[in-house]
Design a protein around this ligand. Structure first.
Ligand code: URA
Length: 450
């Protein structure tokens, strides 16, 4: 199929109609067109953008390039969350069972690590035996029995996105608003949840570096989700330093289990509660943010979300021991320790730099075909701003390969900074886009009754 007429039309800034966009996606799906023409079309979109109609047509054609799932037989409202990607972002692992505890059904389609960001699938696969590759029947059975399945984007869901994403990754066309919107939403529309909460990351460790471009993306995501009849709220959150105290697959699973057991770092707990509460509001399961937050807090603290996570792990072949210290997760073969060179306060590290070090350590991939080391990761001993004595432990670097562990420890030592004064605490919650428009997000005051 020759895409030249479409490339020329887009390059000249014309609006393409639904049939032309369908022709493009069809060319991608059938493999009948050379990659250089697909890439040239992507670059034309990158520079000329797309109208709302074009964006919707592209999202629809990509969603329909594979299977679309239908959950109308389930009695619980279906809901999902999507993060635009960050470092130390393990929220999905905690949020999915928590949302089920609140009465939602969560058909969660997750991705692998991308660039310096981590991926939920890689984290889950660091649990011994855990499979994210469920066929349609097994996924449907698990949704009916447990209310949640955690799966990967197999060849059958939005296959056009897989092909386009890999080309965008190597042609400098990732940061395009219509291409990001159609990529995220085609997968979510195909996976079928009725409502979607988006955690739009902003900052030096995110694809969106500034709030203005994040707001433009958030508005386009919400509008397009509405065009498909999906309810959608966008929460804007800071991604300047890693979330929580761990970066890497197995350490992030362990930290998630700690939060599910009612403990763990406050930023992870707060962000999970905020996103799950927004899901409960959108799904119509709570009347107020205060009620949703209280119910979510109770489900973390009474162990119900942890039990549901255990059920999901068991159903997907994973082996954890929820009673054992360390949760039955195997220890890494090698460990290096970083200590404070001087007394002072730990400065919040640059998430992008930490993410890159974790990838080099083996927690992510340099090339698509690389094997991930599930045990590789960084564990910070103290939170940002903590006061440290000289020689006190700051971070542990773990992994299967001693040379990579040593290299990562040296690189992390260059990134971490101990300053005389504590850093100014930064706000995690930047704002929210919902039916009231864009406004600041308020943490519900749980001392007050709803
Ligand atoms: N996540 C996606 O799935 N696609 C994008 O284009 C960006 C983030």
């Amino acid at each position: 199929m020759n895409l030249l007429p479409l490339i020329l039309a887009k390059r000249a800034g014309y609006e393409l109609d639904e049939t032309q966009i369908h022709t493009f996606v069809n060319a991608v799906s059938t493999g009948a067109t050379p990659d250089y023409q697909i890439s040239a079309f992507l670059m034309a979109v990158f520079f000329k953008g797309m109208t709302r109609n074009e964006r919707v047509a592209l999202t629809r054609a990509m969603a329909e390039s594979g299977e679309t799932l239908d959950w109308s037989a389930l009695s619980a409202p279906t809901a999902d969350k999507h993060s635009t990607g960050g470092v130390g972002d393990k929220i999905s692992l905690i949020l999915a069972p928590l949302a089920v505890a609140l009465g939602m059904a969560v058909p969660m389609l997750s991705g692998r690590g991308l660039g310096f960001t981590g991926g939920t699938l890689d984290k889950l696969e660091s649990i011994p035996g855990f499979s994210t590759d469920l066929d349609r029947a097994a996924f449907a059975k698990q949704m009916a029995e447990i209310g949640c399945g955690l799966i990967g984007q197999s060849g059958s869901i939005a296959p056009a996105d897989r092909k386009l994403y890999s080309l965008r990754d190597v042609t400098g066309t990732v940061e395009s608003l219509p291409l990001i919107v159609s990529s995220i939403l085609s997968k979510k529309i195909a996976a079928g949840p009725a409502s979607l909460v988006i955690d739009l990351k902003v900052g030096r460790g995110a694809f969106m570096r500034d709030l203005a471009s994040a707001q433009a993306l958030g508005t386009a995501l919400r509008e397009t989700a509405h065009d498909f009849g999906r309810r959608c709220t966008v929460l804007f959150t800071a991604m300047d330093a890693p979330l929580g105290l761990t970066v890497g697959n197995r350490p992030e699973v362990v930290e998630s289990l700690e939060v599910l057991a009612g403990n763990g770092p406050e930023d992870i707990r707060d962000l999970t509660l905020a996103l799950t509460s927004e899901m409960a509001l959108l799904a119509g399961l709570s009347a107020t943010a205060h009620e949703a937050w209280s119910r979510a807090t109770a489900a973390l603290d009474d162990g119900s979300a942890l039990r549901i996570f255990g059920d999901i792990v068991l159903a997907q072949g994973g082996r954890l021991d929820l009673q054992a210290k360390g949760w039955g997760m195997p220890a890494a073969a090698h460990r290096a320790v970083l200590t404070a060179p001087v007394a002072g306060h730990l400065v919040d590290p640059d998430a992008r730099k930490v993410g890159r070090i974790a990838v080099d350590l083996g927690a992510g991939r340099q090339r698509a075909e690389d094997e991930v080391d599930g045990s590789a990761g960084i564990i910070f001993a103290r939170p940002w701003g903590a006061s440290l004595a000289r020689g006190e432990e700051i971070a542990f670097i773990e992994g299967a390969d001693p040379a990579r562990v040593d290299r990562a420890a040296e690189a992390l030592g260059d990134v971490l900074e101990v300053a005389a004064d504590p850093p100014t605490p930064a706000s995690l919650f930047l704002g929210i886009l919902d039916d009231a428009g864009y406004h600041s997000w308020q943490r519900p005051d749980i001392s007050r009754r709803s």
